[in-house]
Design a protein around this ligand. Sequence first.
Ligand SMILES: NC(=O)N[C@H]1NC(=O)NC1=O
Length: 171
Amino acid sequence: MTSLTISEVNSLDDNQFETVFGNVIEHCKSAPVMIKKLRPFKNVNELCDAFQKYLDDINEEEKLAVLKSHPDLAGRLAQQGELTPESTEEQRSAGLNDLTEEQKRIMDDRNKRYKSKFGFPFIICARENKLQSILSGLQHRYNNNYNQEVETGINEVKKICKLRILNIVTE
Ligand SMILES: NC(=O)N[C@H]1NC(=O)NC1=O
């Protein structure tokens, strides 16, 4: 991905903006459609804040759709090489492409258990974690209630989003 300055971001045409920022929230094309209208941004932090505010302002149903659009960590899509490029890189950075069969089985069991309780996948910012913290997150967040996990999941999506934006836009 080429690096853009904030003034280049401000002068992208609408289609380019939607394409460039079309996966800073995984599979969420409607975010850049809204956010392009808020230009110009003074700096990358303002741009990040706009995406975070988008995530705060969407309704519960839309939040669930965002959560459900995320792939499992070290799950089926990862095994089949069908992750988005962003997610591939994030999962790789946490070492998830290099698990033993036993580690895969534990991850898989905990992901399934989590998803069957909450109805959406366990989401954590992989670039800020490693296997052990992901597995322990899967363990202890399972005990949270539904509303806590919707909130925690969206907060993790915000962290993922910010790091994805910082990969695109120079500070
Ligand atoms: N399930 C989940 O957390 N997925 C993600 N996390 C992350 O950092 N990238 C993802 O795709």
